[in-house]
Design a binder for this molecule. Structure first.
Ligand SMILES: NC(=O)c1ccc[n+]([C@@H]2O[C@H](COP(=O)([O-])OP(=O)(O)OC[C@H]3O[C@@H](n4cnc5c(N)ncnc54)[C@H](O)[C@@H]3O)[C@@H](O)[C@H]2O)c1
Length: 367
């Protein structure tokens, strides 16, 4: 059972990967947030299965635990949902020492994390990620937040938020067995992203173990989680607040968030990231920073992971470029993009010309 220590200054905590670990959740929470009461904010889809196991374990460890169920839909990653959680915490008579346990994918983790960070100026947060994407990415690093409407009505991703490190992250890789194949593939997009940023061997691992991974071999998937999570952990340890290196983790995300502002495209976050990764590679190639063969190799790994490498339908390039301007990474209205410059190495590039970005959008299927 790998336990990775996350050495964030002032908030060190453990990241535990343990198949079947939900059974001992209560004892683990008690070790980092001993208290009488707790709230389990759980993804509605798993509340009656994995959620039951968690509730039982918390009860056995002596917690008087209340439950709040949230449907995992991007429009519900909202201030309204955070507000409903505050109500649940008050009804359950939680105080500043009571842990809020976020159990689900990134939607529940981000929303409950935000509620934990802001309720009474912050209560202990425990992250129990139950999607591959949340295990390798969303539960790590302390970014919490909700979406907000952009002027014009489109969905603005993660515009309201706050940093709140968890006291513990517990990834029970067995919970992934109930994830549908599409949601599982979404997590692979973030693993590929980590490989492109820091570890080309991780991309090779995914290619070499593709079948075992897609068949959810718990041993291989646990290795994948550890290797991928370690990359994010080491980056956020060095740069918790994104004043430098952490920005690299946004590879593909400026494109992805623009895609996600059009829910009618019906793409999930990981799928938008897959297309965004490829758009970033194409952008980099047009600028002469990245070989075409490397970009083609990324396209191929995305496809063998059953992820999309093109936008569905026909969406206008100009509309996507406009949506990119609301990205949090833009500075004084100018876009800064993270672009791959070699296998396993990326850089933040300022002032990427509009025609280069437009060309990249067209390469991934925009009109
Ligand atoms: N905070 C961060 O650093 C960070 C990083 C990356 C992504 N994110 C955010 O994470 C979100 C995406 O997270 P996600 O991909 O986990 O999506 P998600 O939370 O929507 O979960 C995907 C689907 O899986 C279901 N599900 C969850 N666990 C399950 C299980 N064990 N078995 C069966 N079904 C299960 C959910 O109900 C949902 O339908 C986005 O909002 C994204 O912005 C945040």
């Amino acid at each position: 059972m790998p336990i990775v220590r996350v050495n964030i200054p002032n908030s060190p905590h453990d990241f535990i990967i343990e198949p079947g670990g939900l059974d001992s959740l209560g004892q683990r929470v008690r070790a980092v947030a001993p208290h009488g009461r707790a709230l389990l904010a759980v993804d509605q889809k798993i509340a009656d299965t994995h959620g039951r196991t968690a509730m039982r374990s918390l009860g056995e460890a002596g917690y008087d635990v209340a439950e709040f169920r949230l449907r995992a839909e991007e429009p519900l990653k909202s201030l309204d949902s955070a507000r409903a959680m505050y109500g649940a915490m008050l009804s359950a008579r939680l105080d500043r020492q009571s842990p809020l346990i976020a159990m689900g994918g990134g939607i529940v983790g981000d929303t409950a994390g935000f509620a934990a960070a802001t309720f009474m100026r912050g209560v202990p947060l425990i992250q129990i990620p139950t999607t591959l994407l949340a295990m390798v990415d969303a539960s790590i690093g302390g970014k919490t937040g909700v979406n907000f409407e952009l002027p014009g009505g489109h969905l603005g991703k993660n515009l309201i938020g706050v940093f709140q490190q968890p006291r513990l992250i517990l990834a029970d890789s067995r919970t992934l067995l109930t994830l549908n194949p599409r949601d599982f593939a979404c997590g692979l997009a973030e693993c590929i992203k980590h490989g492109l940023i820091a570890d080309p061997g991780l991309v090779d691992f995914i290619v070499g173990n593709r079948d075992s991974i897609l068949n959810r071999d718990v041993r291989v998937v646990s290795q994948l989680i550890e290797r991928s999570a370690r990359i994010k952990i080491s980056i956020v340890e060095r740069d918790e607040r994104e004043s430098g290196e952490r920005a690299l983790l946004n590879l593909g995300h400026t494109f992805a968030h623009a895609i996600e502002s059009f829910p009618e495209l019906q793409l999930q976050h990981g799928e938008a990231v897959a297309i965004g990764l490829l758009a970033a590679c194409r952008c980099s190639h047009v600028m002469g920073l990245f070989a075409e063969a490397e970009a083609d190799a990324v396209s191929s790994v995305i496809r063998i992971c059953n992820l999309p490498d093109r936008l569905p339908g026909s969406i206008d390039t100009g509309v996507l470029m406009e949506a990119m301007r609301f990205d949090k990474k833009s500075l004084h209205g100018r876009l800064r993009l993270v672009l791959p410059v070699a296998r396993g190495r990326c850089e933040v590039v300022e002032n990427v010309p509009d025609d280069v970005i437009a060309a990249a959008w067209r390469e991934v299927g925009a009109r």
